[in-house]
Design a protein around this ligand. Structure first.
Ligand code: SAM
Ligand code: SF4
Length: 366
């Protein structure tokens, strides 16, 4: 017990400290969770920000070995929402006082896509009177595209590094020139230089991943000075090459507990960032997101994609709520969040406190 108290007070935690914390069980784990909950309450308050999530297209040019919507999965129906459908989902978010929006998709790199998004961002801005903060999560793009989207009104960007260990990254991505760790990292730097609030994240419980890798992921987020994090357990999908490694995985409940510990430790390490309670947590435990909120997360992304498309955005099996509509989602979440003694910060943008305090723009990194 004493060792936990000493570690969590440190200004700088070492890899060994983080490995120790991630290995805690029983009473010691509960002590860690309580400490993270205290820090959350002091630093960001017991408030949860909503980001309406629109999964607007599952068309992807990439082939990540773990992902259910990878290019070579021919068993799914591909879709792309029309601009009208996206704007109407954005209006729904605005009318229901969500404060912000996340537009997520498979990855497309083309001039046509860049221009479409630029136009769409402006349309959303007009349709909602500029009262939504917009986050994009559309993968790796070039500098010009990131700049154009920023100038059109997207001020946050989520790009998970997936794992900060380049060797593990290479095991989980094909070597075809489209999946380079270094390029992904450069994209994160480029986003930061452009002025975005930058979010990243990792999958927890990947095949071949060690606790030292996860400790490295936490140090990566700290060193990168990230503003927001979305991380959750890796979940298998039968129609992906990574399914062949399923026998190497931790049992799902252990992956879930490890994900909660990652969130709690990250809250202690980076006290003022925004941390999302991701949907993948709920795929393992029906109360997964609420448990994450109790140990440090402060953001939830209710899915507002029109219900008819949700079954087609299956990154992994057992994805929850694919049969609900957006209103079902809110009612269910309000009840669930009330149970965690947190309140929903309706109508607030919920910018990352960390972003507001940190140095910004090119040349400000160590
Ligand atoms: N295409 C964009 C990208 O890759 O950055 C954004 C969409 S992608 C579907 C969003 C995230 O889904 C990825 O960053 C990855 O971490 C997560 N994901 C994909 N397959 C997963 C799986 N089998 N289990 C858990 N998360 C998964
Ligand atoms: Fe495409 Fe993103 Fe899935 Fe990779 S994780 S296959 S880039 S949607």
């Amino acid at each position: 017990m004493q060792q936990i108290d000493q570690i969590v007070q440190k200004q700088r935690m070492s890899e060994a400290d983080l490995i120790h914390l991630l290995g805690l069980r029983g009473e010691e784990k509960i002590r860690l969770f309580r400490h993270a909950a205290r820090i959350k309450e002091e630093q960001v308050g017991n408030r949860v920000y909503f980001r309406g999530l629109i999964e607007f297209s599952n068309i992807c040019m990439k082939n990540c070995l773990y992902c259910g919507i990878r290019r070579d999965n021919h068993t799914i129906r591909r879709y792309s929402l029309s601009d009208g459908e996206i704007v109407s989902a954005a209006r729904f978010a605005s009318e229901n006082k969500y404060g912000s929006l996340v537009l997520q998709s498979g990855e497309l790199q083309s001039r046509q896509f860049t221009i479409r998004m630029e136009k769409l961002l402006r349309e959303i801005h007009t349709a909602t009177g500029g009262n939504l903060r917009i986050t994009l999560s559309c993968g790796e793009q070039d500098k010009d595209t990131y700049r154009r989207w920023f100038d059109s009104g997207a001020h946050r960007y989520l790009l998970r590094i997936e794992t900060s260990n380049p060797g593990l990254y290479n095991k989980l991505h094909p070597d075809d020139g489209h999946h380079r760790f270094k390029y992904r990292l450069d994209c994160l730097y480029c986003l930061q230089d452009t002025g975005y609030q930058v979010g990243t994240g990792v999958m927890i419980g990947l095949p071949f991943q060690t606790t030292a890798d996860l400790a490295g992921d936490l140090l990566f987020m700290e060193q990168f000075n990230i503003d927001m994090v979305g991380m959750g357990p890796y979940l298998e999908h039968r129609e992906t090459p990574a399914y062949a490694f399923r026998d190497l995985l931790l049992p799902r409940e252990e992956r879930f507990q490890l994900a909660l510990k990652m969130i709690a430790v990250l809250r202690i390490l980076m006290k003022d960032i925004n941390i999302a309670a991701t949907t993948a947590l709920q795929a393992i435990d029906n109360l997964g997101r609420e448990k994450a909120i109790k140990v440090g997360a402060n953001v939830i992304m209710p899915n507002i994609t029109p219900g008819e498309y949700r079954d087609e955005y299956l990154l992994y099996q057992d994805k929850p709520c694919t049969d609900e509509n957006a209103l079902d989602c809110i009612t269910c979440l309000e009840t669930r969040i009330a149970l965690t003694n947190n309140e929903i910060a309706y109508g607030e943008w919920g910018d990352s406190n960390h972003y507001q305090k940190r140095d910004k723009g090119p040349g400000t990194r160590d």
